[in-house]
Design a protein around this ligand. Structure first.
Ligand code: NI
Length: 161
């Protein structure tokens, strides 16, 4: 396992569409392990493969609750319901926070790390995290959809980490 470098806001790879994973081999499993380790190291709630420079449709999420780490390979949104206005940040934009609109509930299908098809419905924070991370797979970042006037830029010394 290894910590990978998180691509930052100017990096063009964050704007590119990721490709589907066709075979969950050892290389993909190592990538997923590294993504989980990297997400935990920086206290993130989620991380998408393009953020570590790999244009593959892989997402990891950890809300630090009883669900544990969620790995989604080739996730596809099946249903969205409602709208929530939420405060959001991103490991690729470490000093920026803003409000965005996200679905209140989202249902997706994906493969898990064993290649098994899973269906998952998330509400609230989980719906937000899934929507944010799937955006990354499509080359979209939260900063493009912030609600006007809600952007906060936190200076390094105020971050307290
Ligand atoms: Ni992000």
């Amino acid at each position: 396992m290894a910590i990978r470098t998180i691509r930052q806001e100017e990096d063009e790879i964050l704007r590119k569409k990721a490709r589907e994973v066709d075979c969950i081999d050892e290389k993909i499993k190592t990538l997923i392990d590294d993504m989980v380790e990297t997400m935990h190291k920086y206290d993130g709630l989620g991380l998408a493969a393009p953020q570590v420079g790999v244009l593959k449709r892989i997402v990891v999420i950890d809300l630090y609750d009883d669900k544990g780490v969620i790995v989604l390979i080739n996730p596809v949104i099946k249903k969205e319901k409602g709208v929530q206005v939420v405060e959001e940040g991103c490991l690729s934009f470490p000093n920026k926070f803003a409000k965005v609109e996200r679905p209140e509930q989202i249902t997706i299908e994906a493969l898990n790390i064993n290649g098994e098809k899973i269906k998952l419905t998330g509400k609230g924070l989980l719906a937000q995290a899934i929507a944010h991370e799937i955006d990354h797979l499509n080359g979209e970042v939260f900063i493009d959809k912030i609600l006007p006037g809600t952007l906060e830029i936190v200076k390094q010394e105020e971050q307290g980490k």
